[in-house]
Structures are given as structure tokens and as C-alpha cells.
Design a protein around this ligand. Sequence first.
Ligand code: 5AD
Ligand code: SF4
Length: 478
Amino acid sequence: MYDQNPTLEGIKTIDEAQQGNVLFKDHWKTSHAPGARHFYIESYGCQMNFSDSEIVASILGEAGFYPTRNIEESDLILINTCSIREKAEETVRKRLKVFELVKKERPGTMVGVLGCMAERLKKKFLEEEKLVDIVVGPDAYRDLPNLIGGAEAGDKMVNVLLSREETYADINPVRLESNGITAFISIMRGCDNMCSFCVVPFTRGRERSRDTFSIVAEAVQLFEQGYREVTLLGQNVDSYKWENPETGELVTFAHLLEQVAWIHPDLRVRFSTSHPKDMLDDVLHIMAKYENICKYIHLPVQSGNSRVLELMNRTYDREWYIGRIEAIRRIMPDCAVSSDIIAGFCTETEEEHQDTLSMIEWANYSMSYMFYYSERPGTLAARKYPDDIPEDVKKRRLQEIIRLQNAISLRHNQTEIGKTFKVLIEGDSRKSDQDFCGRNTQNKMVVFPKKAGLKPGEYTHVKIREASSATLLGDIVD
Ligand code: 5AD
Ligand code: SF4
């Protein structure tokens, strides 16, 4: 089944299709060429932001900027920002204070703000933070060389235009913080869902899907470079839809997933994020059909209560969500599911909070990202509903959610003791260079003693002997 992928025929890899990014063969090497300039970039927030920073690095490379990890030697400091919660924005403001000190030492250094916060605050950023020279929204990164030129001439530069078409499909990302084994591929941008709490539709614009061929070509190229896992990224991957302009053929997410799975059985495929209203059985059947599509779905519930879900404009209710989890279990009994949860959304009662707790228990999530509600200016919720749950109540409810999820994650992991998993070795474990770490198909981190001859990028089988709520410990079995 793997050696007859009709869609791969005749596709050029990205390197052939465009100029390959030769500048960055060893992309962290400081260039001492006369006039060489360097940029330093920090990324905050979701994986999409980290992925965007790799696109930015590519655009800057073409403009003659080399990346550096040393802020002191940078001519351009960039911060790719997140607006999802107030706290994320506070973190960025704190970092800007640090950049101010660097700029004092080296007055010529330019500072650019990228991403969601740039898009949300636009020109206001330049008024609020005097050190900022450049403000660029998520759809305007191609304009960076021009904006830098303006900033060098002493102007304050802004481009926050959102686009209905931009997908950066032709840009070959520079894998900045890569382990060489796992990589992210953006398959779409923006979001049309308008969840009432969420600022993303305003900061990242309308949803658009990237050309299927360019996605598959990027995955092929990564595989050829030695990568063994790709994660397809989008705010709502299940609504991926791309029409081939030549044939009129419509490619859905299920089709795309299958095409990437066809590349090679040793290339693992993951994806994130799924929306419960759009995740239908076609995707589940494709997942079940291919061993190399990982058995793990991030399916954010946000709340376990139907009234709150309606206020959140999630467009599904508790029963629908339960139905989706039942479908996953029916089609892939070994599939792990994780979630995002918001505590203390507008008008949420104690009983409704209890519904969230019971959902966590019932869904048996392997893990969750958990937050308390943070009102974001301009969102539907900010305009329509009172942010009326006191902060101490929000925090207490969040603590209850975290405590329950931790207990369930531990229980989930303990049931893995004695089982053997195929693990993709990612590198040394964080705690010891005597141990490797890697993930199993359910996205659980597995740590195990090294064995001679095995190296990162290879698969091995590990039998689990011990479990914490976050990690499985085991030993290689032949
Ligand atoms: N407050 C708290 N959490 C939020 N999220 C999105 N917007 C907010 C907000 N205003 C959470 C959701 C989403 C995740 C990426 O962030 O759970 O799924
Ligand atoms: Fe925000 Fe909802 Fe879109 Fe996710 S699906 S980015 S939570 S609006």
C-alpha cells in the first residue's frame, strides 16, 4: 500500500520547486562575513507560532540575516507573541523590558514584535512600547525585509494586514529548534469558528487551507533529511479543504492524512488540533487503517456542560462530544485522547463546573491543558457576557480540574505497566545522558536506558515497568 501513492508522482520536493535554503545548512553558525547581520527570535504560545518563526527565519535568510542564539550579537531582536490569555501578553511585556536593556547597550539593534499581539494591538504597540521598531501580523511576514529596511532608515514600521490567501506554501521553513527527528508542518491558517472566548479569529484571520502538494512535498523532504515524525498543524485540522485548481478534486483532511501516511511506513504522522464538531468518522477510519498515523487525538472539550458550551459558541453539546469519544473508542480502542479545558467561564455555576469534572473522569483523558477564563478584548464573550466568576473561584475550580486530571493521567499511565510499545527515539532524556526518551503512538513520553547501536530517529520496543502522571519508564525488549 505504501509504494503506490499516485499523488506523489511527479511532485517536486520543495527544494526542487523553489530555491532550497542553502544559507542554513548549519543555521546556528555565526557568520563573520563582512556586513553579515544576525537576528535573534523568541517564540511564545501555540505550536503554530513556533512554526511561523521557522517561516520568518527562512524569509530573513533570503534577506541575508543569519539566526543567532546570542541576543548580544543580534542586529534584530524578534518576539513572536501570543494573545490567547492576559498572562501570555504579560510575559511578552516582561521580555520587552529585557530587550530594552540590550538596546541600551547596542543602540542600533532593531526590535520587532510578530504574531497575535502585534495583530491585536497594531499601531498602539508603538505608542505603548517605545523600544519597538517593527510590528508585523501573522499574514505579513513576507514584508519583513521591507519593514526592516524602513526601520533601518529610522522609521517605525507596521504591517498587520490579514489575508484570505496567504499560507506561506512555497516557503521552506528553517527548522530552528529542531531535534532532527520530529517537525511541525502548518497545513492551514486562521480560524472561522468564533468560539466566544477566543481572540484567535481576530488575530489570525479567516481560515484557509494550504496547497496539498506543498504539504506532502514538505513531509517528503523532511523524511529524506532523516525526520521520522511530522505533526500537521492547524487551529481546526478537520476542516482542512483544498481544491486542486487543475482537476477540481477536493482534498479533505482525511485524504491529506492518508497522503502523508503513504510517504513511508517509518514516517509517523500526528496532527493538532481537532474540533469535536468537525471530527467525523472518515478521519478515524483513516487513522485506524495506517499504523504510522499515531493513535492520539487532541480533542478540546472546553466545558462539560451544554449550556456553557452554547455560550462558548462551540456548536456542539455534551452529548455530541460523548458521541465523538465513543466513536474513537469503537474505531480505535487503543487511541489516547487529550483535551483543553477552561474553568470559570462567564456565568458558570458550581453544578456546571461539576459537569466539567465528570466529563474529565468519563473521557479518561491521557492529559489536558487547563486554564481559567481570561477575558480578551474584542471577543464575543467580552462583548456579550459578564466576566462574573471571581478570580478566587476561577482559580479554585481550576485547581479541582488539575487535581482530577493529574490523578487520571497517573491512572492512565499505570495501566500501561507491563505493556510493550514501539517508541521513536528522540534523543537523550532530560535527566540523564544514559537514558533515551521518545514517544509511543499515544504520545506518551517513554524514558529507558540506552542500548549500544541504537540512535535517535530509530524505532525500538520498550516494556514499561514504572509510571508517573507525565512519563513512562521502561526497558528495551528485543
Ligand atoms: N481564556 C482561557 N483560555 C483560553 N483558551 C482560548 N481562549 C481562552 C481564554 N480567553 C484556551 C482554550 C483553547 C486553548 C488553546 O486555549 O482552551 O483550546
Ligand atoms: Fe479559538 Fe475556537 Fe478557533 Fe480554537 S477553534 S482557535 S478555540 S476560535
